[in-house]
Design a protein around this ligand. Structure first.
Ligand SMILES: [Zn+2]
Length: 480
């Protein structure tokens, strides 16, 4: 018995001696808001492999919004699958739900979650049995080289007619209840006692992250997303916060050093993907395959000369609406014009979907002159140098005095002042219809066709399209 006690003592002393000075490093690589921008993933894959080959403890995390932004992925027959295949290949360990994860609908999302080799976590959503996705785990707890790690995840929410939902189409988050992310995270603060490294991997946005850090010093680091902010390791209340903007422009690298399982150092470093040159051949081939095989490469028309800038491209988009839907006037918001240029030459479906990637339907409003005037007036953004709403069927000049709209001159297609006593058939996309405030007696009627579909039809029918003279202008008058 004495002998056994002696051996146990020796074992205990030697075990505690060996860990006494043990220094451990955990490296966390992170990307957020990739939005299906797969183009640079071959570089990211090579970089991740290199870090993994040089270090033992490497985690790769996604801060959400894997989908929506690249037609090759978004319009793939099995929506979003290319992104999951690539992320699986690179070996992501965990992710959080982003609001754009819901964009394809729950049926597609359920399949993507099943295929992903990395769990998507989220603590502030409660999925009912009627929903097509399963209840996610709120957090993950695991051991890496003797360090107990906890990853807790939350998604942003906003008020939608009295209900809290992420920034997504309400139909796509049906049968799921969402809760305030910071309040939910606080319910899990006791997990601190069970782990050596406590991470919030969230899709809440930087403003919420700062509040979270202030209220929850139990956290060691916050890896965020959603606001597309570049947060290069900001320490708030002792919590290290980071976010890597979007579209795979950067990789976040957080290095946590432990001594005896206690954190002795936390460092964040931003890796600029444009400075990386080596590419992983396998991932590169996979990306090329998706681009080569997409049916979106089909040519549908020709640009007779370069379409450059918002005015040219917005003119093309709105001409499609007035001409093909037989309307008097159309408007397109500048924020929805997503490419800068279409060069002279072939126009493919891919180019048109890149220009107009959102599935916004065209909504018809019967509008008076005064109502059109009110829409244009309210579209003016303080200090703006260019008119927000690109148009077809009219041209207009917003006259600004001391940063206020003083007058708007609206001309019809023939160059005459727009008739103040007539009603006009105006086509706008559903985004403008729901998020711009303007006077309209008509509630608006969806024409059950998206603005992208109309644009494609128009280019097909025209065969060759040309940029038109500018139709919108902001003029500063007599600034004091
Ligand atoms: Zn995003």
């Amino acid at each position: 018995m004495k002998k056994l006690l002696f051996y146990l003592l020796v074992l205990f002393v030697s075990a505690s001696c060996s860990t006494a000075d043990k220094e451990t490093q955990i490296i966390i690589l992170s990307t957020n808001d990739m939005h299906a921008m797969i183009d640079d993933y071959a570089k990211v894959a090579e970089y991740v492999d290199k870090v993994r080959s040089e270090n033992t403890n490497v985690l790769l995390l996604s801060g959400g919004d894997m989908f929506s932004g690249n037609p090759v992925v978004d319009r793939y027959a099995d929506k979003g699958y290319p992104m999951i295949e690539i992320m699986n290949k690179i070996g992501y360990d965990y992710g959080v739900f982003g609001n754009h994860e819901f964009d394809y609908g729950q049926e597609f999302l359920a399949k993507r979650i099943k295929q992903a080799n990395f769990p998507l976590l989220c603590a502030n959503m409660k999925v009912s049995e009627q929903a097509l996705i399963k209840q996610p785990q709120p957090y993950a707890m695991f051991n890496m080289d003797g360090i107990e790690i906890c990853i807790l995840s939350t998604i942003q929410v906003e008020d939608s007619n009295g209900k809290l939902i992420p920034s997504a189409h309400p139909d796509r988050v049906k049968n799921i209840d969402f809760f305030q992310p910071v309040e939910t995270a606080l319910e899990y603060k006791d997990l601190r006692k069970k782990c050596d490294l406590f991470i919030s991997l969230n899709h809440d946005g930087i403003d919420e992250d700062i509040i979270l850090a202030q209220k929850m010093p139990e956290l060691d680091i916050i890896i965020g997303g959603h606001s597309h902010a570049l947060v290069k390791g900001k320490t708030e209340n002792g919590v290290l916060i980071s976010q890597t903007e979007c579209h795979l422009k950067y990789i976040g690298k957080t290095v946590i050093t432990f001594k005896n399982k206690k954190i002795t150092d936390k460092k964040f470093e931003l890796v600029d993907v444009s400075t990386l040159h080596d590419e992983n051949a396998e991932v590169k081939a996979l990306i090329s395959k998706y681009y080569e095989e997409t049916p979106l490469n089909r040519v549908v028309g020709v640009a007779g000369s370069d379409f450059t800038g918002l005015e040219n491209l917005g003119g093309l988009m709105t001409d499609a609406i007035t001409k093909n839907l037989n309307l008097d006037i159309a408007f397109q918001n500048s924020g929805g014009i997503r490419t800068k240029k279409i060069e002279k030459g072939d126009i493919s479906l891919l180019m048109l979907y890149k220009l107009d990637p959102f599935d916004n339907e065209v909504v018809l409003f019967e509008m008076t002159y005064d109502e059109i005037y009110s829409l244009l007036k309210k579209s003016y953004r303080s200090g703006s140098q260019y008119a927000d709403l690109k148009t077809s069927g009219i041209s207009y000049v917003i006259k600004v005095k001391n940063d206020e709209v003083a007058d708007i001159e609206i001309l019809d297609a023939k160059g005459n002042l727009l008739n103040k006593n007539k009603k006009y058939k105006v086509g706008i996309n559903s985004y403008i219809a729901s998020s711009y405030k303007f006077d309209h007696a008509d509630a608006g009627k969806s024409l059950n066709v998206t603005s992208a579909e109309i644009l494609i039809e128009y280019v097909k029918q025209q065969k060759e399209v040309y940029p038109q003279p500018d139709r919108t202008k902001i003029e500063k008058i007599n600034d004091i």
